[in-house]
Design a protein around this ligand. Structure first.
Ligand code: AHR
Length: 871
């Protein structure tokens, strides 16, 4: 499972050159030395656990400058993730336990355990104090074989000492107050590189320190490889001449591969849904924006957001008495004393309209004064220009939805919408909405046509939704609950978006499933594994607060209900609800993701197992996708794989955002995956340069890596680049596949790699042999080939990536294949590495049993050959 070839080479290299190598003992190496374990205060204590060694406790050598052997994963990025005064303890069984303080205010400490000080088991964060903090934790042995963890608490103004005992570092006794004098105060202060650091000192075998040093050297070596970019190609390939290559495709060596390889990852991040793919043009249509969406940081982010009053005799307030629905509490109260006043909505950075196009306006209106009124509804320009108008009547005393159509008189990107009562009096307004009629496939409550089409053009075999972190949410109350996102829009339950804005959930499960169906992609909903995001701030320390076990049965039932809603016939409870939304036919759900790159600990495992077993038992036809953390390695990855293997989860979701160098040097990542274990859904990945830049270089490194995914298409079943969409000016995450504003769609170069793979996928892999005229390792790793056959079209597809600064003059030989057309389609994506605007170009080329094909410097070439009969 590990990337052994690189590691093996390195280990040999390191041992060969090491003056400390265990296999080549040096007579004067010490038997034992002192090991100091500490964390620096750099970056607000987020640099993790460090080691230094000494023979005399006077002069200390740190193992790698700021090398992090253990990283604190508690709480939110940017504020938490701190390791303060770590304390290392060696138990009688030889296992190492590390405890540390997390911050100055929480009554929680962190614990992790390791056998070798390199691989650390999952961290736990026991809550031991309610209203006090937990500083300078230390461990000592109790005579009865238990461990005592003690700490100082200062938050209440007085310094006190408390302790708990534990036998297993899983369950703890209640906290007891200790006399200050009972503290052992085992922390030491040591000078490291001129700074005084606090930590613990142990006498350890030299071999242990040597293994830590080797780990550090290995990391430094791989970091150097992975940071290779094309910037240094002029040095790396200074004397490189164009190469010759022969690519021999062996028709007799074939294997079946997944036909679901390319999909998309949709998350409501970067305004991907509201203000993005969801075609609603008005912002805060439901007056449900709340200060809490932005945790109070933006005082203007409230129920009034995006609305303003116009005219003199008008007043606007928010009320929640007798609202349309308990999930949609707030509405606008508009009081007009002088006609001409009204409410204006700014849209999402303005409203983009096109001359001659029609727009559907709707509003829920109520007349508390029971005076029937007309509302003038106008699209206006910044200076009040009239871009189109209509009227609706407000005559009912109770809530009533009224609708009208507006036709735009001109094209504008910064229009606004105003609602102006034509009679003095009071009206209540809610769910004020404006949609273009030209949505994707003309759907009501539909998707923005240009964005949806750009996604459809990828030919994705599946769509993952609603995230990402949005799926598991910021704290328990923010877990995305699918039931809140279906049914009439006014009854859906909006929620804070974990990325710092607001989700109307107008684009909800029904709309996701419908979009999937319309573009021929399998729906892949990802639901939380009963735990919120480990980076949550709300509700304490991330995952340590999973859904209480007493509520888990209901949660599991929600998951089973989702399957019934998607697939059940109309006589079932949830199938009927789907039918009432306008889709009597089942949606044919086949996949469910459980969890999103969660912290893998006992809390996760217990809940994941419950959900997995229930789905497996009730719906063996559904393929469950498990989760293995946010990285290609590390504790969550290892422990996640252990659980998935134990439970025989069909697929696991891997995530990694890496440099082009990583993708170049890890093309063998899946070559040695155990074929008997779960298959892989590479659910989130992207290549990016420093500054999170993407261009031809990143795109080609993804193309290169995808050849390896196709080669391993028997184990890698699905992949999706992440994230999919980002609105200019509202981007929380880079890179993204498609950028956009209100009127333009701007696919990245990386998009075209996804598109070329999506449009040219296959279900059979043909082994090919690549012979290069230059055998240099750096050259070899930058040329990659994948040949697949698509049984639906019967086409043979040859994909070739050249990441070298020189051309590769290639001869393609199709051994054992006779019956194919003499001309083929060739598509080439090429440019200088920094090119962000490159687009694929397609032409026809002549092909035969052996044909030439020049691969330009920095290029991705796809040749699609029609086979005339199967051979
Ligand atoms: O894709 C953006 C974020 O990256 C996702 O929400 C999360 O799963 C990952 O960390």
């Amino acid at each position: 499972m590990k990337r052994t070839s690189l590691l093996l080479c390195l280990t040999v290299l390191l041992i060969g050159h090491s003056t400390f190598g265990a296999d080549t003992p040096i007579s004067n190496q010490p038997d034992s030395v002192y090991l100091f374990t500490y964390a620096t205060i750099k970056n607000s204590n987020t640099n993790g656990l460090h080691y230094a060694w000494s023979t005399d406790q006077e002069s200390w050598t740190s193992i790698g400058p700021e090398m992090r052997f253990l990283f604190c994963d508690y709480g939110r990025w940017g504020v938490e993730k701190r390791m303060i005064t770590p304390f290392l303890f060696r138990a009688a069984d030889g296992k190492w336990h590390c405890v540390w303080s997390l911050n100055e205010h929480t009554g929680t400490f962190a614990h992790a355990e390791s056998k070798d000080l390199i691989y650390w088991l999952p961290q736990t964060y026991p809550i031991v104090m309610k209203d006090n903090n937990c500083l300078e934790t230390e461990i000592s042995n109790d005579p009865d074989g238990k461990y005592t963890i003690s700490w100082l608490s200062t938050a209440n103004g007085t310094k006190k000492t408390y302790s708990v005992t534990t036998a297993d570092f899983k369950s703890y006794s209640p906290a007891n107050e200790l006399a200050l004098s009972d503290r052992l105060n085992q922390h030491k202060k040591i000078q490291i590189s001129g700074n005084t650091e606090t930590g613990t000192v142990h006498k350890v075998a030299w071999e242990l320190v040597e293994s830590l040093m080797n780990k550090q050297k290995l990391n430094a070596y791989r970091d150097q490889q992975w940071s290779e970019t094309t910037k240094t190609d002029s040095i790396r390939f200074a004397s490189q001449k164009p190469l010759n290559a022969t690519i021999t495709v062996d028709n007799s060596k074939q294997k079946k591969i997944s036909d679901m390889m390319i999909g998309v990852f949709f998350e409501d991040i970067n305004y991907a849904a509201d203000g993005g793919l969801y075609a609603e043009l008005l912002q805060n249509r439901d007056f449900e924006y709340a200060l809490s969406d932005k945790e109070g940081r933006d005082k203007s982010w409230n129920s009034n957001k995006s609305w303003r009053l116009k005219g003199n005799g008008a007043a606007f307030s928010i009320d929640s008495v007798s609202s349309i629905h308990p999930n949609n509490l707030h509405y606008a109260v508009l009081k007009i004393t002088e006609t001409g006043g009204g409410l204006v909505n700014e849209g999402f950075d303005g409203i983009a309209i096109k001359s001659g196009e029609k727009y559907d306006f709707s509003v829920f209106v109520r007349n508390p004064d029971q005076k029937s009124k007309k509302l003038l509804v106008r699209l206006i320009g910044k200076n009040g220009e009239n871009y189109g108008e209509t009227t609706v009547s407000a005559s009912a005393a109770g809530w009533k939805k009224v609708e009208a159509i507006l036709t735009a008189k001109q094209t504008a990107t910064d229009a606004q919408l105003e609602v102006v009562p034509q009679t003095a009096g009071t009206v209540h307004l809610d769910m004020i909405s404006l949609f273009p009629q030209k949505t994707f496939n003309g759907r009501k409550n539909g998707l923005r046509a240009d964005l949806a089409q750009t996604i459809a053009d990828l030919h994705p075999r599946f769509i993952r939704f609603p995230g990402g972190c949005v799926a598991h949410g910021d704290g328990l109350d923010n877990i995305y609950r699918w039931k809140n996102t279906v049914g009439p829009l006014e009854s859906r339950k909006p929620l804070k978006n974990l990325w710092g804005y607001h989700q109307t959930v107008g684009l909800g499960y029904f709309e996701y499933f419908q979009f999937c169906e319309e573009i021929g992609a399998a729906p892949l909903p990802v639901i939380a594994a009963g735990v919120p995001c480990q980076n949550s701030a709300t509700g304490g320390a991330g995952q340590q607060g999973g859904i209480p076990m007493c509520d888990m049965d209901d949660y599991v039932q929600d998951v089973l209900d989702l399957i019934e809603w998607a697939n059940g016939n109309v006589t079932t409870k949830w199938g009927k609800i789907r039918a009432e939304s306008g889709h009597p036919k089942p949606f044919n759900l086949k996949y469910i993701g459980i969890g999103n790159e969660d912290l893998i600990n006992d809390i996760f495992e217990e809940r994941f197992t419950m959900i997995f077993n229930a789905v497996k038992e009730k719906h063996p036809e559904i393929t469950v996708i498990g989760t293995v953390g946010p990285s290609f390695e590390g504790t969550d990855y290892v422990e996640g794989w252990k659980i998935a293997t134990k439970l025989q989860v069909p697929l696991v979701d891997e995530h990694y955002y890496q440099s082009p160098g990583w993708f170049i040097h890890n093309q063998d990542y899946y070559d040695k995956y155990d074929r008997t274990k779960p298959k892989v859904y590479l659910g989130e990945y992207a290549s990016h340069l420093p500054g999170r830049v993407t261009n031809i270089e990143t795109a080609l490194s993804e193309a290169l890596y995808l050849t390896a995914c196709e080669r391993n298409g028997d184990v890698v079943s699905m992949t999706s680049y992440a994230p999919l969409l980002a609105k200019e000016g509202h981007t929380q995450w880079n890179p993204d596949l498609i950028y956009f504003n209100n009127s333009e769609v701007k696919p990245t170069v990386d998009y075209f790699v996804q598109q070329l793979y999506g449009q040219n996928s296959g279900d059979t892999y043909l082994v090919s042999d690549v012979k290069l005229s230059d055998k240099n390792e750096s050259v070899r790793k930058r040329v990659a080939v994948s040949v697949v056959c698509d049984s639906k079209s019967n086409d043979l597809i040859v994909k070739m990536v050249n990441m070298l600064p020189v051309a590769v003059n290639t001869n393609v030989r199709l051994d054992g294949m006779n019956n194919f057309s003499s001309s083929a389609t060739r598509t080439v994506l090429t440019g200088i590495p920094t090119d962000k605007k490159a687009r694929p170009a397609t032409d026809e080329i002549a092909v035969s049993g052996e044909f030439p094909c020049n691969l330009p410097a920095y290029s991705f070439t796809v040749i699609r050959i029609k086979k005339t009969i199967d051979n």
